[in-house]
Design a binder for this molecule. Sequence first.
Ligand SMILES: Nc1ncnc2c1ncn2[C@@H]1O[C@H](COP(=O)(O)OP(=O)(O)O)[C@@H](O)[C@H]1O
Ligand SMILES: CC(=O)OP(=O)(O)O
Ligand SMILES: [Mg+2]
Length: 396
Amino acid sequence: MNILVINSGSSSLKYQLFKMPEKAPVCSGLVERIGIEGSFIKHTVYSNGEKHNIEESGFIANHGEGLKQVLALLTEGEYAVINSPDDIAAVGHRVVHGGEHFTGATLITDEVKQQIKKLFSLAPLHNPVNYKCIEVAEQTFKNARQIAVFDTAFHQTIPEQAYRYAIPEWYYKEHAIRVYGFHGTSHKYVSEQAIKWLNKENSKIISIHLGNGCSMAAIKDGKSIDTSMGFGPLSGLMMGTRSGNIDPSVIFHLMEHSGYTLEQLSTLVNKQSGLLGVGGSSDMRDIRKLVSEGNAAAALALKLYAYRIKKFIGAYAAILNGIDAIIFTAGVGENDSNMREAVCTELDYLSIKLDPTQNTAYKGEMKEINSADSKIKILVIPTNEEYEIAHQCYGL
Ligand SMILES: Nc1ncnc2c1ncn2[C@@H]1O[C@H](COP(=O)(O)OP(=O)(O)O)[C@@H](O)[C@H]1O
Ligand SMILES: CC(=O)OP(=O)(O)O
Ligand SMILES: [Mg+2]
């Protein structure tokens, strides 16, 4: 059985086709820098122990357009992997916001689609794109089951003291205003890898997912007990274009004194802030380049970015009452050794000590990068949301 997984993030679209139950990847790839200059697709086909790489570049305006190009790669040309759309039994979709409705992999019906649509305003960079990808997949793979796996599901174990906001209960009961948390599929996948690595029955783990969206999770005995994103994927860490934590007074002030509309404010904190707002680009690679050219704003953006992560490590060390391991994952977490070093500097009070040689030696496979005398393991673990989604879809 073939399961195609579509993982649309805010700046990228990742996909993998798995042969199940072997869990063998048939092809995988990613569309990056969607909507900004320099978009590209990297497509890899696996056959007979060999890899064939195909790269395409050219501006890709949105996720729907990106997905159509990916579907052409699957079905056309020398390295086509399927003969017809009917060769796909199920399409697994990452859906970012599931609200209170969804806790596990869910067969997509018209009703489920309506629920995903209702949550557009809470995850404006994601749910509309996830919805679009479902529609394109439904049109292309007419006989496949469409299945949603929600980012929010893994965080359903967060206790009330952490998921409730300190506002009257009515807002929780009537409007379901609470912390949901995101990147759950990634935090779940990497923390399970870490638990196996630690080989320890009771574990206290801090998972740091640094992609275009960034979040951290405190994970005790394999269960999420707190996370930095909240009602929507906007709070907590500084991100590519999102502000992360900001005092709501700033919003009131801009409304009252500068006449900002709801839409302008949403655009400001979702699309114009973070690395882009402070440092001039939403993409960490661009920020690094700007810094190397002496750009002071980009250098400040890096400081803010690392500082926030450090602050959450402290907070999570406290609520977990100890740490066994911290995990770096996703685009920045896996690829930017300088950021890992900036975060781990001067954390020796917590006995988090990085080994600079191990840190720069990471080559895409799970690796321990702490020094020998560090009490806490520092792990870089490549996330694989697609694998986890395929696994859950197959289970369903
Ligand atoms: N080699 C690299 N060095 C530094 N940052 C990188 C590198 N490769 C990717 N990134 C960063 O990773 C981020 C994208 O992460 P990713 O997990 O793919 O995002 P998302 O899934 O949220 O769209 C971008 O900021 C990008 O610049
Ligand atoms: C939830 C979220 O921010 O996802 P991404 O990092 O893929 O944009
Ligand atoms: Mg992502």
